[in-house]
Write a protein that binds this ligand. Structure first.
Ligand code: HEM
Length: 116
């Protein structure tokens, strides 16, 4: 009886972990940018340049595959002036990001516009 109860507990725990993993993998990443069907402001290369992180009072943007992402959350660690990925911001960084990082950007950061 005790063994059966322990096994049931294990199954419930495993199912909960699996469900949480599935939700994180498929539901949460989709939600962060669920508003991209809505109209978004458009940025060209000149407009994007104004969000390259050199002004601490402005957000930091980069373009990837036609969308503009707000990466300000990574200012201190990656994108501010002097940080290792500063060269990716204020511009269309699709090419280098397809070497590494595109999936991280798409999952982690909010879309704030379209790149034209
Ligand atoms: C073309 C080359 C590369 C590009 C464009 C690139 C770009 C990126 C981007 C955009 C991120 C996401 C940062 C964020 O969370 O906002 C990232 C994360 C990271 N990169 Fe690179 N990367 C490159 C090469 C490398 C190399 C050669 C290394 C190691 C020697 C490296 C190590 C890392 C690590 C460890 C992270 C994860 C940091 C974390 O999430 O804690 N990257 N990279």
């Amino acid at each position: 009886m005790k063994v059966k109860r322990a096994r049931t507990g294990l199954v419930i725990t495993a199912a909960t972990i699996l469900l949480a993993a599935l939700l994180t993998r498929y539901y949460w990443p989709a939600r962060i940018n669920e508003s991209i069907d809505q109209p978004l402001p458009e940025y060209d290369s000149e407009a994007l340049m104004r969000f390259d992180g050199t002004d601490p009072n402005k957000p930091i943007y980069l373009a990837l595959d036609g969308l503009v992402y707000d990466v300000s959350m990574g200012r201190e660690m990656y994108y501010g002036p002097g940080e290792s990925y500063h060269y990716l911001v204020g511009r269309d960084a699709s090419q280098p990001l397809h070497v590494f990082g595109a999936e991280i950007i798409k999952k982690k950061y909010q879309v704030v516009g379209r790149y034209r």
